[in-house]
Unconditional design. Sequence first.
Lengths: 184, 265
Amino acid sequence: MIGAEFESVLAAAQEGSEAAFSRLWRDGNPALLRYLRVTAPQAAEDVAAETWLQVVRGLAGFCGDEHGWRAWLFTTARRRAIDEARRRSRRPAKALEETLPDRLPTAPDTADLALEHIDTRSALSLVAQLPPHQAEVILLRVVAGLDNEMVAQMLGRSPGAVRVAAHRGLRAMAGILAEADVTL
Amino acid sequence: MPNILWPGHRDVPIGDTSLAALLAGTELPPGPAPELRPLAEALAELRAQPASDELEGEAKTLAAFRNQFGVPRMAHRPPARTPPPRRRLLPVKAAAAATVLSLGGIATAAYAGALPATVQRLAHHIIGAPAPGTQPALRPSPARLATTGDPAYGLCTAWAHAKTHGTAEQSAVAFSKLATAAGGAANVTTYCATAAPPGTPASHMPHPVPAPHSTGRPSGFPTPHGSGKPSGLPTPHGSEGPTVHPTPHSTGKPSGLPTPRSSGH
């Protein structure tokens, strides 16, 4: 998150400052990729790039604070990911060996989780083991930094349902880590 | 304790306070913290600083940004609004057309109302020439005055005017018409000597001088000075002229939750 400077950075980007837009991109793209590596694992980079192209086209007309900006960014990404999933569902299934191994969602490796340090990749793998709705709620709350109401609006659920999904998802993650005997 | 939500894994209860702290990334409350520390660590990793591979692809997005916003410019400078090219070219085209029409005999013919209807209409819009089908709004001139009197006077005056103010070609054309009307070049002097000025009975009536625009052609030598230039600035033609009001370039609207500005800025 950019914080107090966000408003001026956004204004400069909307006026054509490449440096300001670069700062928005560098702040948002890592979180965007982490979200997409779970929700669209086979096309995360492509969907992220398409998302930014769409954001660039709408940037001059955007009005909102940093939370609104993040909500717009992730809403755009989510729609692009859904479009991508539909497109892929219409295609003949790819042979497994044609899919890059590093793009496949991987199950949390007990050995990885048992390490004293959990890295970002293994944490994402852990989230990927949750039911899709719980995983998405966790990612939008934790990675995107959106509040409960924004996530509820984005997903078309009630705030209560989103809160329950987050609670269940975190309990499940904690259970997996406890089973893996991760102690810090 | 078995985990009914996630069979096969232990159930780790999370209280409301701990849940809020985990989601917000803040310090866990005292109590069950040791059990939840691995989870807090995993969530912290989800928020961790970017890895190098997460910052690849910036160049592609910045290229799209440059394409959308134009060449790099200083921050805080309002972006140049680029009206649609078609609208911007309109006044340029009109100016170019006015320049072309102002040169040479085309303008002459235009002010005489002697061009084909479509071209005349264009000249009407651009340089204020008479509209097709209307009388040319010429300033009083020898040639025009001649049409109210003896045609011979008009032809003679036009030739005399062309000799002193016009080009050689204009003079030759005027003389040719005069000689035809006089019945030969040798008769021109006598013909003109007896030509009646306007307001006096015509001595050579009837002479076959076509009425203005009866054939869509100029009658005699229509321009007062033969310079081919309009005598003043083109008259504005109100709503008929091209009115160009550049509008802010639409950049699309975000499709997400925030309210987009309706008119950009």
